[in-house]
Design a binder for this molecule. Structure first.
Ligand code: CU
Length: 170
């Protein structure tokens, strides 16, 4: 009878840990098909006085991006900070720019051809987000922290019981 009580006590205390471990395993192995493989994306980027359309491009780390770069009015350029990629485009001619996103972060792209009075303000932003392992890590850490908190909470409730069980004759 005491053994059974002890078992229930242990289960109540360690069941939290066990649930945490199971949840952790689920988080680490759950398939996220859309994010698993780096993607190849094709984007049309148009340059005009004095902006890029789109002015912000969102991708994930590891993605390969093919930019079809066009100009609507005058000659413009494309320079990507941190990648050292530079291209020049004339109206009516599409230039292809290929980028492989190796690092996460925000990288500005700017016009590299003096195209008019507001040329210095012709700036866009490439946002490279973290890919799937990052979100798994975040989820795993969250599960661990929640498990620890729950463990602390539940073990407080059973500590008295354990002391009693420990001192009682078997
Ligand atoms: Cu320009």
């Amino acid at each position: 009878m005491i053994h059974l009580q002890k078992l229930f006590g242990l289960l109540r205390q360690h069941g939290v840990i066990l649930s945490g471990i199971i949840l952790g395993v689920i988080v680490m192995t759950f398939p996220i098909p859309r994010l698993t493989d780096p993607q190849t994306r094709t984007i049309t980027l148009d340059a005009r006085q004095f902006e890029f359309a789109p002015h912000r491009i969102h991708i994930n780390k590891g993605d390969r991006v093919i930019i079809n770069f066009t100009a609507s009015d005058v000659v413009h350029g494309f320079y990507l900070d941190g990648y050292g990629i530079q291209e020049r485009v004339e109206p009516g001619v599409t230039k292809q720019i290929e980028i492989v996103a190796e690092r996460t972060g925000k990288f500005r792209y700017r016009c590299s051809v003096s195209c008019g009075s507001l040329h210095p303000f012709m700036i866009g932003e490439l946002v490279v987000g973290p890919n799937e392992p990052f979100w798994r890590a975040i989820a795993f850490v969250s599960v661990s922290v929640i498990t620890l908190i729950a463990y602390q909470f539940f073990s407080k409730g059973t500590s008295y019981e354990h002391t009693t069980l420990g001192t009682s004759p078997a």
